[in-house]
Design a protein around this ligand. Structure first.
Ligand code: HAM
Length: 427
Protein backbone atom coordinates (compact mmCIF):
# COMPACT_ATOMS: atom_id res chain seq x y z
CA UNK A 1 0.00 0.00 0.00
CA UNK A 2 1.33 3.47 -0.83
CA UNK A 3 1.40 5.89 2.07
CA UNK A 4 0.00 9.37 1.52
CA UNK A 5 2.63 12.08 1.65
CA UNK A 6 2.39 15.06 3.93
CA UNK A 7 3.91 18.52 3.83
CA UNK A 8 7.29 19.08 5.48
CA UNK A 9 6.91 19.77 9.22
CA UNK A 10 6.52 23.47 9.94
CA UNK A 11 5.56 24.30 6.34
CA UNK A 12 1.92 25.17 5.76
CA UNK A 13 -0.52 24.81 2.93
CA UNK A 14 -2.69 27.89 2.69
CA UNK A 15 -6.15 26.66 1.71
CA UNK A 16 -8.65 28.63 -0.41
CA UNK A 17 -10.69 29.99 2.55
CA UNK A 18 -7.46 31.27 4.13
CA UNK A 19 -6.15 32.66 0.86
CA UNK A 20 -8.99 35.17 0.98
CA UNK A 21 -7.59 36.54 4.26
CA UNK A 22 -4.03 36.57 2.87
CA UNK A 23 -5.16 38.43 -0.25
CA UNK A 24 -6.94 40.97 1.95
CA UNK A 25 -3.78 41.57 4.03
CA UNK A 26 -1.58 41.71 0.92
CA UNK A 27 -3.91 44.23 -0.76
CA UNK A 28 -3.83 46.48 2.35
CA UNK A 29 -0.03 46.19 2.49
CA UNK A 30 0.38 47.14 -1.16
CA UNK A 31 -2.01 50.09 -0.86
CA UNK A 32 -0.49 51.35 2.39
CA UNK A 33 3.08 51.11 1.08
CA UNK A 34 2.12 52.81 -2.18
CA UNK A 35 0.51 55.62 -0.20
CA UNK A 36 3.94 56.28 1.39
CA UNK A 37 5.60 56.01 -2.06
CA UNK A 38 7.56 52.79 -1.35
CA UNK A 39 8.42 50.50 -4.29
CA UNK A 40 8.44 46.73 -4.48
CA UNK A 41 11.63 44.72 -4.97
CA UNK A 42 11.80 40.94 -5.55
CA UNK A 43 14.81 38.72 -5.00
CA UNK A 44 15.72 35.01 -4.99
CA UNK A 45 14.80 32.56 -2.25
CA UNK A 46 18.29 31.03 -2.27
CA UNK A 47 21.45 33.03 -1.54
CA UNK A 48 25.05 32.30 -0.69
CA UNK A 49 25.31 31.16 2.94
CA UNK A 50 28.13 33.65 3.47
CA UNK A 51 25.68 36.55 3.07
CA UNK A 52 23.76 35.56 6.18
CA UNK A 53 26.84 34.60 8.19
CA UNK A 54 28.36 38.01 7.57
CA UNK A 55 25.25 40.03 8.36
CA UNK A 56 22.88 38.34 10.80
CA UNK A 57 25.79 37.33 13.06
CA UNK A 58 27.87 34.21 13.51
CA UNK A 59 26.59 33.57 17.02
CA UNK A 60 22.88 34.23 16.46
CA UNK A 61 20.33 31.40 16.70
CA UNK A 62 19.43 31.89 13.03
CA UNK A 63 22.97 31.32 11.77
CA UNK A 64 24.08 28.70 14.30
CA UNK A 65 21.09 26.39 14.17
CA UNK A 66 18.20 27.52 12.01
CA UNK A 67 19.38 27.89 8.43
CA UNK A 68 18.43 25.48 5.67
CA UNK A 69 21.89 25.24 4.11
CA UNK A 70 23.20 22.90 1.46
CA UNK A 71 25.95 22.49 -1.09
CA UNK A 72 24.67 22.59 -4.67
CA UNK A 73 25.97 20.61 -7.64
CA UNK A 74 28.72 23.18 -8.26
CA UNK A 75 29.96 22.87 -4.71
CA UNK A 76 28.57 26.29 -3.66
CA UNK A 77 27.42 26.77 -0.04
CA UNK A 78 23.85 28.05 -0.33
CA UNK A 79 20.98 28.73 2.07
CA UNK A 80 17.25 29.30 1.85
CA UNK A 81 16.88 32.91 2.92
CA UNK A 82 16.09 33.16 6.66
CA UNK A 83 15.34 36.91 6.43
CA UNK A 84 15.18 39.70 3.86
CA UNK A 85 17.24 42.67 5.05
CA UNK A 86 20.64 41.18 4.14
CA UNK A 87 19.24 40.07 0.77
CA UNK A 88 17.79 43.51 0.09
CA UNK A 89 21.17 45.12 0.82
CA UNK A 90 22.95 42.56 -1.37
CA UNK A 91 20.53 43.20 -4.26
CA UNK A 92 20.67 46.98 -3.75
CA UNK A 93 24.48 46.98 -3.87
CA UNK A 94 24.65 44.58 -6.79
CA UNK A 95 22.39 46.80 -8.92
CA UNK A 96 23.74 50.16 -7.80
CA UNK A 97 20.49 51.18 -6.07
CA UNK A 98 22.15 52.33 -2.87
CA UNK A 99 24.96 54.53 -4.12
CA UNK A 100 24.25 58.17 -3.12
CA UNK A 101 20.54 57.52 -3.37
CA UNK A 102 17.50 57.34 -1.21
CA UNK A 103 15.59 54.12 -1.69
CA UNK A 104 12.29 53.19 -0.08
CA UNK A 105 11.57 49.54 -0.79
CA UNK A 106 9.34 46.64 0.25
CA UNK A 107 9.19 42.92 -0.44
CA UNK A 108 6.88 40.03 0.35
CA UNK A 109 7.62 36.35 0.25
CA UNK A 110 8.58 33.15 2.04
CA UNK A 111 11.52 32.81 4.44
CA UNK A 112 12.95 29.70 6.08
CA UNK A 113 14.17 28.95 9.60
CA UNK A 114 14.54 25.52 11.14
CA UNK A 115 12.82 26.47 14.41
CA UNK A 116 10.64 24.32 16.66
CA UNK A 117 7.19 24.72 15.09
CA UNK A 118 4.31 25.95 17.23
CA UNK A 119 1.35 28.28 16.76
CA UNK A 120 2.70 31.40 15.02
CA UNK A 121 6.17 29.91 14.50
CA UNK A 122 6.87 27.95 11.34
CA UNK A 123 9.80 26.72 9.27
CA UNK A 124 8.45 28.40 6.16
CA UNK A 125 6.83 31.71 6.98
CA UNK A 126 6.02 34.83 4.99
CA UNK A 127 7.30 38.29 5.75
CA UNK A 128 6.50 41.66 4.29
CA UNK A 129 9.67 43.70 4.75
CA UNK A 130 10.03 47.46 4.41
CA UNK A 131 13.49 49.06 4.07
CA UNK A 132 14.57 52.71 3.69
CA UNK A 133 18.16 53.53 2.67
CA UNK A 134 20.13 56.77 2.68
CA UNK A 135 18.33 58.62 5.48
CA UNK A 136 19.94 59.08 8.89
CA UNK A 137 17.50 61.23 10.86
CA UNK A 138 14.82 60.12 13.31
CA UNK A 139 12.11 61.33 10.88
CA UNK A 140 12.53 58.23 8.69
CA UNK A 141 12.36 56.04 11.83
CA UNK A 142 9.04 57.76 12.59
CA UNK A 143 7.86 57.23 8.99
CA UNK A 144 8.56 53.48 9.11
CA UNK A 145 6.69 53.23 12.40
CA UNK A 146 3.80 55.28 10.98
CA UNK A 147 3.54 52.88 8.01
CA UNK A 148 3.30 49.92 10.36
CA UNK A 149 0.73 51.70 12.51
CA UNK A 150 -1.38 52.66 9.50
CA UNK A 151 -1.45 49.11 8.23
CA UNK A 152 -2.40 47.70 11.63
CA UNK A 153 -5.11 50.36 11.89
CA UNK A 154 -6.49 49.58 8.42
CA UNK A 155 -6.72 45.90 9.33
CA UNK A 156 -8.54 46.76 12.58
CA UNK A 157 -5.70 45.40 14.71
CA UNK A 158 -4.45 48.58 16.37
CA UNK A 159 -6.60 48.26 19.54
CA UNK A 160 -5.15 44.78 20.10
CA UNK A 161 -1.48 45.49 19.69
CA UNK A 162 1.15 47.76 21.23
CA UNK A 163 4.42 49.30 20.13
CA UNK A 164 7.60 48.71 22.12
CA UNK A 165 10.58 50.92 21.48
CA UNK A 166 14.23 50.95 22.48
CA UNK A 167 17.56 52.34 21.38
CA UNK A 168 20.56 50.03 21.15
CA UNK A 169 22.81 53.06 20.75
CA UNK A 170 26.00 53.27 18.73
CA UNK A 171 28.51 50.43 18.38
CA UNK A 172 30.69 52.14 21.02
CA UNK A 173 27.93 52.41 23.60
CA UNK A 174 26.90 48.82 22.90
CA UNK A 175 30.49 47.63 23.42
CA UNK A 176 30.63 49.44 26.74
CA UNK A 177 27.29 47.97 27.82
CA UNK A 178 28.44 44.51 26.71
CA UNK A 179 31.43 44.70 29.04
CA UNK A 180 29.19 45.70 31.93
CA UNK A 181 26.77 42.86 31.17
CA UNK A 182 29.53 40.26 31.01
CA UNK A 183 30.84 41.39 34.40
CA UNK A 184 27.35 41.34 35.92
CA UNK A 185 26.24 37.96 34.56
CA UNK A 186 29.62 36.37 35.32
CA UNK A 187 29.12 37.39 38.94
CA UNK A 188 25.73 35.60 38.86
CA UNK A 189 26.66 32.75 36.51
CA UNK A 190 25.41 30.05 38.91
CA UNK A 191 21.86 31.45 38.51
CA UNK A 192 21.83 31.26 34.70
CA UNK A 193 20.16 28.43 32.73
CA UNK A 194 22.12 26.49 30.08
CA UNK A 195 20.97 28.66 27.20
CA UNK A 196 21.94 31.88 28.97
CA UNK A 197 25.32 30.44 29.98
CA UNK A 198 26.02 29.77 26.32
CA UNK A 199 24.83 33.26 25.41
CA UNK A 200 27.13 34.72 28.07
CA UNK A 201 30.09 33.33 26.20
CA UNK A 202 28.92 34.37 22.74
CA UNK A 203 26.37 37.15 22.84
CA UNK A 204 25.55 38.37 26.39
CA UNK A 205 22.99 40.93 25.12
CA UNK A 206 20.72 38.02 24.13
CA UNK A 207 20.40 36.94 27.79
CA UNK A 208 18.12 39.96 28.14
CA UNK A 209 15.84 38.27 25.58
CA UNK A 210 15.38 35.16 27.76
CA UNK A 211 11.76 34.23 28.44
CA UNK A 212 12.73 32.00 31.43
CA UNK A 213 10.61 33.32 34.36
CA UNK A 214 13.34 32.29 36.85
CA UNK A 215 15.74 34.77 35.22
CA UNK A 216 13.44 37.77 35.02
CA UNK A 217 14.51 39.29 38.34
CA UNK A 218 18.21 38.92 37.47
CA UNK A 219 17.57 40.49 34.04
CA UNK A 220 15.69 43.42 35.53
CA UNK A 221 18.58 44.20 37.85
CA UNK A 222 21.17 43.98 35.03
CA UNK A 223 23.03 47.11 33.85
CA UNK A 224 20.75 48.95 31.45
CA UNK A 225 21.76 49.85 27.94
CA UNK A 226 20.04 53.21 28.20
CA UNK A 227 22.49 54.17 30.96
CA UNK A 228 25.39 53.60 28.51
CA UNK A 229 23.96 55.50 25.53
CA UNK A 230 26.25 58.19 24.12
CA UNK A 231 25.05 61.70 23.32
CA UNK A 232 24.32 61.09 19.62
CA UNK A 233 22.21 57.98 20.36
CA UNK A 234 20.37 59.78 23.14
CA UNK A 235 19.60 62.78 20.91
CA UNK A 236 18.36 60.59 18.05
CA UNK A 237 16.12 58.61 20.37
CA UNK A 238 14.79 61.69 22.15
CA UNK A 239 13.85 63.29 18.83
CA UNK A 240 12.17 60.10 17.63
CA UNK A 241 10.10 59.84 20.81
CA UNK A 242 9.09 63.50 20.48
CA UNK A 243 8.12 62.97 16.84
CA UNK A 244 6.02 59.94 17.68
CA UNK A 245 4.32 61.86 20.50
CA UNK A 246 3.39 64.69 18.15
CA UNK A 247 2.12 62.23 15.54
CA UNK A 248 -0.11 60.52 18.14
CA UNK A 249 1.76 57.21 17.99
CA UNK A 250 1.49 55.47 21.35
CA UNK A 251 4.51 53.47 22.46
CA UNK A 252 6.10 51.87 25.51
CA UNK A 253 9.82 52.18 26.20
CA UNK A 254 11.29 48.73 26.69
CA UNK A 255 14.99 48.82 27.68
CA UNK A 256 15.13 45.01 27.39
CA UNK A 257 14.21 44.91 23.71
CA UNK A 258 17.39 43.78 21.94
CA UNK A 259 16.29 41.81 18.79
CA UNK A 260 17.75 38.51 17.62
CA UNK A 261 19.88 39.76 14.70
CA UNK A 262 23.27 41.44 15.15
CA UNK A 263 23.04 44.20 12.55
CA UNK A 264 20.92 46.66 14.53
CA UNK A 265 22.00 49.95 16.09
CA UNK A 266 20.10 52.97 17.46
CA UNK A 267 16.30 52.52 17.14
CA UNK A 268 14.69 49.09 17.50
CA UNK A 269 10.96 48.38 17.81
CA UNK A 270 8.39 45.61 17.92
CA UNK A 271 4.60 45.51 17.64
CA UNK A 272 3.41 42.90 20.14
CA UNK A 273 0.11 41.34 21.10
CA UNK A 274 -0.95 39.08 23.94
CA UNK A 275 -3.65 37.49 21.75
CA UNK A 276 -1.33 34.95 20.08
CA UNK A 277 0.32 33.22 23.04
CA UNK A 278 4.12 33.19 23.12
CA UNK A 279 4.64 34.18 19.47
CA UNK A 280 3.19 37.64 19.96
CA UNK A 281 5.57 39.77 17.86
CA UNK A 282 3.70 40.68 14.71
CA UNK A 283 6.14 43.19 13.27
CA UNK A 284 9.73 44.02 14.20
CA UNK A 285 12.66 46.07 13.00
CA UNK A 286 15.11 48.87 13.55
CA UNK A 287 18.10 50.80 12.26
CA UNK A 288 21.06 49.05 10.67
CA UNK A 289 23.40 51.87 9.71
CA UNK A 290 26.51 49.69 9.31
CA UNK A 291 25.15 46.86 7.16
CA UNK A 292 25.62 48.42 3.72
CA UNK A 293 29.29 49.21 4.44
CA UNK A 294 29.73 45.79 6.00
CA UNK A 295 28.69 44.25 2.68
CA UNK A 296 31.15 46.39 0.75
CA UNK A 297 29.08 49.50 -0.01
CA UNK A 298 29.62 53.13 0.92
CA UNK A 299 28.43 53.83 4.52
CA UNK A 300 24.67 54.27 4.12
CA UNK A 301 22.19 54.79 6.95
CA UNK A 302 19.22 52.43 6.83
CA UNK A 303 16.15 51.35 8.75
CA UNK A 304 13.46 48.77 8.18
CA UNK A 305 11.11 46.22 9.63
CA UNK A 306 9.18 43.10 8.68
CA UNK A 307 5.63 41.93 9.33
CA UNK A 308 5.08 38.23 10.06
CA UNK A 309 2.22 37.46 7.68
CA UNK A 310 1.03 34.25 9.41
CA UNK A 311 0.82 36.10 12.72
CA UNK A 312 -1.28 38.87 11.18
CA UNK A 313 -3.60 36.29 9.61
CA UNK A 314 -3.86 34.38 12.92
CA UNK A 315 -4.65 37.58 14.76
CA UNK A 316 -7.37 38.55 12.27
CA UNK A 317 -8.87 35.07 12.66
CA UNK A 318 -8.77 35.07 16.45
CA UNK A 319 -10.39 38.53 16.56
CA UNK A 320 -12.93 37.59 13.87
CA UNK A 321 -11.79 40.43 11.64
CA UNK A 322 -11.52 38.37 8.47
CA UNK A 323 -13.16 39.46 5.20
CA UNK A 324 -16.18 37.55 3.86
CA UNK A 325 -15.58 34.62 1.51
CA UNK A 326 -16.42 35.44 -2.12
CA UNK A 327 -19.61 33.95 -3.56
CA UNK A 328 -20.59 33.18 -7.14
CA UNK A 329 -22.51 36.13 -8.64
CA UNK A 330 -23.94 34.49 -11.72
CA UNK A 331 -24.45 30.84 -12.60
CA UNK A 332 -24.97 30.04 -16.27
CA UNK A 333 -26.90 26.91 -17.10
CA UNK A 334 -27.11 25.15 -20.47
CA UNK A 335 -30.18 22.92 -20.38
CA UNK A 336 -29.03 20.69 -23.20
CA UNK A 337 -25.75 19.71 -24.82
CA UNK A 338 -26.55 21.71 -27.99
CA UNK A 339 -26.92 24.90 -25.94
CA UNK A 340 -23.56 24.43 -24.27
CA UNK A 341 -21.46 26.36 -26.83
CA UNK A 342 -23.89 29.32 -27.05
CA UNK A 343 -23.94 29.39 -23.23
CA UNK A 344 -20.14 29.50 -23.12
CA UNK A 345 -20.11 32.28 -25.72
CA UNK A 346 -22.58 34.20 -23.60
CA UNK A 347 -20.30 33.77 -20.58
CA UNK A 348 -17.34 35.23 -22.46
CA UNK A 349 -19.46 38.22 -23.52
CA UNK A 350 -20.54 38.75 -19.92
CA UNK A 351 -16.93 38.53 -18.69
CA UNK A 352 -15.99 41.17 -21.26
CA UNK A 353 -18.76 43.48 -20.12
CA UNK A 354 -18.54 42.79 -16.35
CA UNK A 355 -14.90 41.83 -15.65
CA UNK A 356 -15.31 41.79 -11.87
CA UNK A 357 -18.26 39.36 -11.85
CA UNK A 358 -17.69 35.88 -10.42
CA UNK A 359 -19.33 33.80 -13.08
CA UNK A 360 -19.58 30.02 -13.17
CA UNK A 361 -20.82 27.94 -16.07
CA UNK A 362 -21.91 24.45 -15.24
CA UNK A 363 -19.66 21.71 -16.57
CA UNK A 364 -20.31 18.01 -17.18
CA UNK A 365 -24.04 18.40 -18.03
CA UNK A 366 -26.88 17.45 -15.63
CA UNK A 367 -30.54 18.19 -15.21
CA UNK A 368 -31.80 21.74 -14.77
CA UNK A 369 -32.75 21.06 -11.14
CA UNK A 370 -29.29 19.67 -10.31
CA UNK A 371 -27.66 22.68 -11.91
CA UNK A 372 -29.91 25.05 -9.98
CA UNK A 373 -29.02 23.25 -6.73
CA UNK A 374 -25.35 23.68 -7.52
CA UNK A 375 -25.96 27.40 -8.21
CA UNK A 376 -27.71 27.77 -4.84
CA UNK A 377 -24.92 25.93 -3.07
CA UNK A 378 -22.28 28.28 -4.52
CA UNK A 379 -24.29 31.24 -3.23
CA UNK A 380 -25.21 32.55 -6.69
CA UNK A 381 -27.88 35.22 -6.64
CA UNK A 382 -28.79 34.93 -10.30
CA UNK A 383 -28.88 32.14 -12.87
CA UNK A 384 -29.03 32.57 -16.62
CA UNK A 385 -30.65 29.61 -18.28
CA UNK A 386 -29.87 28.96 -21.93
CA UNK A 387 -32.52 26.63 -23.32
CA UNK A 388 -33.07 25.33 -26.79
CA UNK A 389 -36.42 26.92 -27.72
CA UNK A 390 -35.61 30.40 -26.44
CA UNK A 391 -32.18 30.33 -28.01
CA UNK A 392 -33.80 30.08 -31.45
CA UNK A 393 -35.23 33.54 -30.74
CA UNK A 394 -31.95 34.80 -29.22
CA UNK A 395 -33.52 34.83 -25.74
CA UNK A 396 -32.51 33.61 -22.28
CA UNK A 397 -34.12 33.12 -18.89
CA UNK A 398 -32.89 35.37 -16.12
CA UNK A 399 -33.77 33.70 -12.83
CA UNK A 400 -33.38 35.30 -9.40
CA UNK A 401 -32.31 32.69 -6.88
CA UNK A 402 -33.87 34.26 -3.77
CA UNK A 403 -37.03 32.85 -2.12
CA UNK A 404 -39.32 34.34 -4.78
CA UNK A 405 -37.48 32.61 -7.67
CA UNK A 406 -38.73 35.25 -10.20
CA UNK A 407 -37.94 34.52 -13.85
CA UNK A 408 -37.73 36.96 -16.77
CA UNK A 409 -37.33 36.21 -20.47
CA UNK A 410 -34.85 38.63 -22.03
CA UNK A 411 -32.91 39.11 -25.25
CA UNK A 412 -29.19 39.92 -25.25
CA UNK A 413 -29.65 43.68 -25.11
CA UNK A 414 -32.23 43.42 -22.32
CA UNK A 415 -30.02 40.98 -20.41
CA UNK A 416 -27.07 43.39 -20.43
CA UNK A 417 -29.30 46.32 -19.45
CA UNK A 418 -30.91 44.29 -16.65
CA UNK A 419 -27.54 43.18 -15.26
CA UNK A 420 -26.34 46.79 -15.27
CA UNK A 421 -29.38 47.73 -13.17
CA UNK A 422 -28.71 45.10 -10.54
CA UNK A 423 -26.76 46.91 -7.88
CA UNK A 424 -24.71 44.13 -6.34
CA UNK A 425 -23.37 43.14 -9.74
CA UNK A 426 -21.98 46.57 -10.52
CA UNK A 427 -20.71 47.52 -7.02
P1 HAM B 1 12.70 39.09 12.72
O1 HAM B 1 12.36 39.67 14.06
O2 HAM B 1 13.58 37.92 12.70
O3 HAM B 1 13.32 40.28 11.87
O4 HAM B 1 11.36 38.73 11.95
C1 HAM B 1 10.35 39.70 11.72
C2 HAM B 1 8.98 39.11 11.96
O5 HAM B 1 8.82 37.93 11.17
C3 HAM B 1 8.75 38.59 13.40
O6 HAM B 1 8.37 39.65 14.24
C4 HAM B 1 7.63 37.60 13.19
O7 HAM B 1 6.40 38.28 13.10
C5 HAM B 1 7.97 37.00 11.83
N1 HAM B 1 8.69 35.72 12.02
C6 HAM B 1 10.00 35.52 12.28
N2 HAM B 1 10.29 34.21 12.38
C7 HAM B 1 9.12 33.54 12.19
C8 HAM B 1 8.73 32.16 12.18
N3 HAM B 1 9.62 31.20 12.36
N4 HAM B 1 7.43 31.85 11.94
C9 HAM B 1 6.50 32.83 11.73
N5 HAM B 1 6.82 34.15 11.74
C10 HAM B 1 8.09 34.50 11.96
C11 HAM B 1 13.77 40.15 10.59
O8 HAM B 1 13.65 39.17 9.92
C12 HAM B 1 14.37 41.44 10.07
N6 HAM B 1 14.85 41.19 8.71
C13 HAM B 1 13.33 42.56 10.10
C14 HAM B 1 13.92 43.84 9.57
C15 HAM B 1 13.74 44.37 8.34
N7 HAM B 1 14.74 44.64 10.23
C16 HAM B 1 15.08 45.65 9.44
N8 HAM B 1 14.49 45.49 8.30
Amino acid sequence: MTTTLQAVRGMNDILPDECVIWQHVEAQLRDTLASYDYREIRFPIIEKTELFKRTIGDTTDIVTKEMYSFIDRNGEQLSLRPEGTAVCVRAGLEHGLLYNQIQKLWYLGPFYRHERPQKGRYRQFFQCGVEAFGLAGPDIDAEIILITQRLLKTLGLLPHISLQLNSLGSSESRAQHREQLIRYFKAHEHLLDDESQQRLAKNPLRILDSKNPALQHLIQEAPRLDDSLDTASREHFKKLCALLDSLDVKFTLNPYLVRGLDYYNFTVFEWVTTALGTQGTVCAGGRYDHLVAQLGGKPTPAIGCAFGMERIVLLLQSLQLTPPQPKTDLYVIATHSDTDIPARRLCEQLREQFPTLRLTIHCDGSSLSTQLKRADKGGAKIAIIVNHQLLLQQQFILKFLDERRVEEIVNMEQLMARLLQIKFLTD
